[in-house]
Design a protein around this ligand. Structure first.
Ligand code: SF4
Ligand code: SF4
Length: 440
């Protein structure tokens, strides 16, 4: 059977090499095949498959660049490992770049000469997106966001109903009718976002943050039109789709005249809006964007909320989401929060910028065809958790929460998984003086 990939698709795929920048050029030409990156990669460590090393991914993308963009690759492809795009190569690219990489960036910090491997994987994904070769499972998540405004296609009525009962529960919990979950209010300090997994499966994390906002006497609102912090087009590699999704949040900031944007606990959502949106939108955002992790730490530092670590006596460990920690540099804030909210905190080994991906990154939770690999990566994380002796795993990312719940179940860890907002809400202390202050 001949190739099904058309010349038109190949031409579109190769546009990633138009106007090539120095960063990409360096990454494409620098690998010296030392092999040091292999043992940094959770996919390789979990599978021990020599074909799934980071360097192999670098080679794949570089081989196409050489074939179509270099003199030697055009004339002597065999000599310089240049490869033409055909069905077999596309299949390998999809398997390697979508199915065997969570875009965790751990290999980047271990590459002997600083090749930005993750950036090459993203470039390769964009090439595949341009050729219409994004796995349909991942694309359907992007499509849901594009078509309905949130990646879980939650109807607005259902979203509002959920928030209404959460607000009633919050008022009962705090015995305070002034506790609100404000919707679509204008000129507030913060527009707060959510991962759609929250209203769909984990609504208590919304009430946890609402409780914190209430106690901090914050001026905030949610939007019913655009609350989704995620941007799965960051994973699918389609910058046009990523731009549409990022623009919606940017537009809603303007519509509601909010001063600042607070991103819910979501690693890739934080990265795609706070750090990537200016690239997608080709403009500097004219408002501050911060993660809820940073805001929670700020409230604690400023004494706007008070917590008692003795209220959480269990051993707690922390899973570092790759995009927030390695990708975004938010490292100390979550540790500061835990120092103020739990009695027994134990770090995983390794942690921080050396942390292992849980296996759910890079869109893997959406791509069920790679479940087996994802759960093999999960086994590494399960071992790390087990060694801490923790019974609670905190993590500031709802995608990680989802994967950790599956790891917990599959490897019988018997732990609870919590977001930081939930940990803070569980340890918050409101005395009668505070109650009067809040209600004033
Ligand atoms: S980004 Fe992570 S998963 Fe991908 S190749 Fe590098 S270490 Fe492996
Ligand atoms: S560590 Fe860097 S230079 Fe060495 S094989 Fe990996 S990508 Fe290539």
């Amino acid at each position: 059977m001949g190739n099904t990939i058309t010349d038109q698709q190949i031409t579109k795929g190769l546009t990633v090499f138009d106007n090539i920048d120095g960063k990409l050029l360096t990454a494409l030409n620098s690998c010296v095949h030392c092999g040091l990156c292999a043992t940094s990669c959770p996919v390789f460590l979990a599978t021990k498959d020599e074909k799934l090393t980071p360097a192999h991914k670098v080679d794949l993308v570089a081989s196409i660049y050489k074939k179509y963009c270099t003199f030697s690759g055009k004339l002597f492809p065999g000599l310089v490992s240049a490869k033409a795009i055909d069905d077999e190569l596309v299949e390998e690219m999809v398997d390697q770049l979508f199915g065997a990489c969570t875009m965790c960036g751990r290999c980047n910090i271990h590459c002997s000469i600083g090749v930005d491997i993750e950036y090459l994987v993203r470039t390769g994904r964009t090439m595949l997106a341009n050729m219409d070769k994004v796995p349909s499972t991942l694309q359907s998540t992007v499509d849901s966001a594009l078509n309905t405004g949130n990646n879980m296609a939650i109807p607005t009525e259902e979203f509002v109903d959920t928030l209404e009962w959460l607000e009633e529960d919050l008022q009962d919990d705090l015995e305070d009718e002034t506790a609100k979950i404000p919707l679509n209010e204008i000129e507030k300090k913060y527009l707060y976002t959510l991962n759609p997994r929250e209203p769909k499966f984990f609504p208590l994390s919304i009430s946890a943050m609402a409780k914190v906002f209430h106690v901090a006497k914050e001026s905030w609102t949610l939007s019913t039109k655009m609350y989704d912090v995620t941007n799965y087009a960051y994973f699918s590699g389609n910058p046009e789709h990523a731009k549409i999704i990022a623009k919606r949040l940017d537009d809603e900031m303007e519509e509601l005249k909010a001063e600042e944007c607070v991103l819910a606990e979501c690693g890739h959502g934080s990265r795609s809006f706070r750090w990537e949106a200016p690239n997608y939108l080709d403009k500097k955002l004219d408002y501050n964007v911060l993660t809820s992790v940073e805001l929670l730490a700020e409230y604690l530092r400023d004494g706007r909320i008070k917590t008692d670590p003795n209220l959480i006596e269990e051993v707690v460990t922390l899973h570092d989401p790759c995009n927030l920690v390695r990708g975004g540099g938010v490292i100390d804030e979550q540790r500061y929060i835990l120092s103020k909210t739990v009695k027994n905190f134990v770090e995983m080994t390794p942690h921080g910028t050396e942390s292992f991906c849980c296996g759910g990154g890079g869109g893997h939770l959406a791509m069920s065809e790679y479940n087996e690999r994802r759960m093999k990566m999960g086994e590494l994380k399960a071992e790390q958790i087990r060694k801490t002796g923790a019974t609670i795993v905190a993590t500031p990312c709802h995608n990680c929460v989802d994967q950790l719940i599956q790891i917990n179940h599959a490897f019988k860890l018997n732990v609870q998984i919590k977001t930081l907002a939930e940990i803070v809400a569980d340890s918050i202390v409101i005395n009668s003086e505070d109650k009067n202050r809040i209600q004033d």
